[in-house]
Structure formats: structure tokens, C-alpha cells
Design a binder for this molecule. Structure first.
Ligand SMILES: Nc1ncnc2c1ncn2[C@@H]1O[C@H](COP(=O)(O)OP(=O)(O)OP(=O)(O)O)[C@@H](O)[C@H]1O
Length: 239
């Protein structure tokens, strides 16, 4: 569903992505685990079309980001690291705006907004300005927004930063429900090892390259530790 081939992205002398290759099938929840500076944000910026890679290819559901960016991006939903809602607009207006950008018919948009907000317990908040919502509920609105156009691939860039344990659990449950219902492919960037342990597959990024790839247990073994956290720290902070 998402294919990344030999991706290279440089900032001047610095290489942020050093020939990254990765393929994600439908219905998989993949944690992208990497220390600060590993290249996670750069990868997300390339995958969302904000930056063009220097070399390499990305295809989303068979469509090339380089040759058919509009087609490829239509199948991507994103929850960015920084909150990106308009604080002064209501929850509903924020969601309508996104639905319009994707050309969703008004009635379909209305149904999906109602359904998404109901599933995440936001139905009472539809008319409230986002400014009045807690951090956890803002994130939930962002997830509803990311799913409105029913993307095949969802990218989440450290979506739980600043959330309390209950909100983190709710967010995880909501994305898991979407995977179960629609076979969505999810790439969830994090540096929280416990979040990675809950994924189907863990991909460890270090210095713009893949250091390990497999189930949480397999990655722990590959990195040479007994627990994922210590194996990850040792492997990514080796002298
Ligand atoms: N705009 C930029 N100009 C120059 N170098 C950059 C730029 N953005 C990122 N880099 C460098 O590219 C490398 C990868 O950075 P990136 O932000 O993608 O990592 P990250 O894994 O997202 O880190 P974090 O977890 O801290 O957000 C780092 O060495 C970083 O210093």
C-alpha cells in the first residue's frame, strides 16, 4: 500500500534520509521508532508532499508521489506533530474545511463528520470553537479529520505527545478500529518505546537508515537486547 524505495533527502551537507526502503501492506499498524534526528519528520514531510526527495520513489496505492502527486496524496491522511486546527473555528467548521479541500459532497461530509465525532465522543463539541477543547480532544478532532476522505494510508507524527494516558489510549483504540473496519495502513512515528511495543511491526530508523524491521519481539532480538527499550537505546546511542 505504501512503498518507499531508496529514498534520499539531504539538507546541504547533511543527509537526513540515506537510501530508505520500506514497504507497508494494507491493514498493518507500523511504529516508526527513531531517536531525535533520525529522520522521522523529514520522511513525513516527503510522504505528505511538503518536500521533494532528492532521489528515490514513493508510491501510495500504486500511484507515484513524483509523477501523480495529487493522486497519491488523495490516499494519505495525516496527523501532524504540531496541532494544525484553526482555534477560532468550531470543530465542525474545521472538519468541513478539510472535506471541501478533498471535494467531498456536503451530505457525505456531514455523515462522516457526525459518525467520526460520535465514535470519538466529540459529538457534544461539534459547535464549540477548538480553542475550548482539551489537548486530547483536539488530537481526536485531528484524527477524525485525517480519516474524513477515507485514506488508505494514515501517517501519524508523534500524535500522543502531551496527552494523558486515557487520551493516548483512546487515540490508539480509534485508529485500531479504523484499521479493523477498513484495512487502513498506519505509520505511527514515535520515540516512546511502549507505543512501539503495541504495534504489529516496528521499524527502527537511525541516521536516515533502517536499523531493524519486524515484530516488536523480533526487533528486540535483532538489536541485541532483552527488552525493546534498552535494545533501542543501546543501538541508537552506540559510540
Ligand atoms: N530544515 C533543515 N535544515 C537542515 N537540517 C535539517 C532540517 N530539518 C532536519 N534537519 C536535519 O536532518 C536530520 C533529520 O531530522 P528530522 O527532523 O527529520 O529527525 P526526527 O527523527 O524527526 O527528529 P525528532 O524526533 O527530533 O523530531 C537531523 O540531523 C536534522 O538536524
Amino acid at each position: 500500500m505504501l512503498k518507499i524505495q531508496s529514498l534520499i533527502k539531504r539538507y546541504g551537507e547533511r543527509t537526513a534520509l540515506a537510501g530508505l526502503t520500506l514497504a507497508l501492506p494494507a491493514g498493518q499498524f507500523v511504529a516508526l521508532l527513531g531517536p531525535n534526528g533520525a529522520g522521522k519528520s523529514t520522511l513525513f514531510q516527503v510522504l505528505t508532499g511538503l518536500f521533494v526527495a532528492d532521489e528515490g520513489e514513493v508510491t501510495v496505492a500504486g500511484r507515484s508521489l513524483r509523477h501523480d502527486a495529487v493522486g497519491a496524496l488523495a490516499d494519505i491522511g495525516v496527523v501532524f506533530q504540531q496541532m494544525s486546527l484553526d482555534l477560532d473555528l468550531s470543530v465542525e467548521r474545521n472538519l468541513r474545511f478539510h472535506a471541501d479541500l478533498h471535494g467531498l459532497p456536503r451530505r457525505v461530509a456531514g455523515e462522516r463528520i457526525a459518525e467520526g465525532c460520535r465514535a470519538l465522543g466529540l459529538d457534544k463539541d461539534l459547535a464549540r470553537p477548538v480553542r475550548e477543547l482539551s489537548g486530547g480532544n483536539r488530537r481526536k478532532v485531528e484524527l477524525v479529520r485525517a480519516l474524513l476522505h477515507r485514506p488508505k494510508v494514515v501517517l501519524m507524527d508523534e500524535p500522543t505527545v502531551g496527552l494523558d494516558p486515557k487520551s493516548r489510549r483512546d487515540l490508539l483504540a480509534a485508529i485500531r478500529a479504523d484499521i479493523a473496519a477498513r484495512g487502513t495502513t498506519v505509520l505511527w512515528a514515535t520515540h516512546l518505546v511502549e507505543e512501539a511495543e503495541a504495534a504489529d511491526r516496528v521499524v527502527v530508523l537511525h541516521k536516515g537508515r533502517l536499523l531493524a524491521d519486524g515484530s516488536p519481539a523480533a526487533v528486540t532480538v535483532a538489536l541485541g537486547g532483552e527488552r525493546l527499550e534498552e535494545a533501542f537505546i543501546r543501538a541508537t546511542h552506540a559510540p
